[in-house]
Write a protein that binds this ligand. Sequence first.
Ligand code: PMT
Length: 406
Amino acid sequence: MLIVGGGIAAYKSLDLVRRLRERGARVRVVMTAAAQQFVTPLAFVSLTNEKVYDDLFSATDEQEMGHIQLSRDADLIVVAPATAHLLARAAHGLCDDLATTLLLATDKRTLYAPAMNLRMWLAPATQRNVATLKGDGALFVGPNSGEMACGEYGPGRMAEPLEIVAAIEAALQSDTRLSLPGAEQGALAGRHVVVTSGPTHEAIDPVRYIANRSSGKQGRAIAAAAAKAGARVTLVSGPVTLADPPGCDVVRIESAREMLDAVERALPADIFIGAAAVADWRVEAAAQKIKKEQGAAAPVFSLVENPDILARVAHAPNRPRLVVGFAAETSDVIAHAREKLARKGCDLIVANDVSEDSGVFGGDENEAHLVSRFGVESWPRLRKEVVAERLVARLAEILREKEAAK
Ligand code: PMT
């Protein structure tokens, strides 16, 4: 069941319904009165092929399906967007419309995707309400940081539809009251998977840094897919604006050296996947902001090589059984990937073309080539979540084969 609150992010809930329907879910929508100021019930009727509910006192609805039954019929209740007002009413057990009555009457879990102005999100009252709901067992996804419809910048943007889908999948899998396959039965149950993701920021001085265009989408999708397959996942992430993937231990770092440190602390693991775009070089950072002096020459920086995290893990005494790297290339993709496979000592390289027109850096899709000493397996262009799921399934298979061969 999707409860849509009254915020501009309600337009994203239409896409959320589409994504859920693509995955075979049945979605029943409940709208608050305020939500209908932003999107129409008809839009949700068209996307769900179901009646949309909005009235607590509708004699027809009550006769067809009472509101208590409506609240119990779903496997999960998702509130997206969850406005400050809706969170406040839910936290205090108010039930002055159909949406809040369902939230109070349900015996299922509730997942909130908050969306509001950043000051409203950071307000002590909202934070108290969120803490109360979390204490009552509610789940949250987001909010993300970024530019808001009101022009301000900060936390308060609703999580993206696919992030909400991932949180829904994780919530359903971990709900032992539902007869869905539990994560422990997954292909990576009992395994520890360490994933690196996102860019690194290499400080030049206290205000400037060297970075790259990685968004962290591919690495996060892999972490989420591994968690979904039942693994204990440690995600070591560079600075990104995406929400943490559900069910993973997330360690946030800035620089390559911090990433190495976090990875070494996370080991031992069964599988290491280096999807991060780690800076190959750094500069020796200045302690104070480098000043622009009138008439002085521009500063010249000499680069120092960063440690190679992938190579270190592949040669560590506690080497994970499977060490997987990525190769971000703009030419001769397979040849460069083969060279990296040998030089870094890993079992598999996922090669991807990151030329500007491929849109892979920061985009939603990727075209992956799995390069190992056994050959190359090329996949078509797929959504990053699908690449992640396929990769996790292949790694589970390879791990099983390796263990059987021992
Ligand atoms: O984050 P997205 O926007 O979703 O984009 C995904 C991606 C393009 C970043 C991802 O798919 C990808 O290709 N990641 C690896 C990027 C990279 O740094 O590639 P590379 O060819 O420079 O490095 C090869 C491998 O060595 C990588 O596994 C990298 O993590 C690792 N490495 C590199 C340098 C270093 N100092 N330490 C490392 O561990």
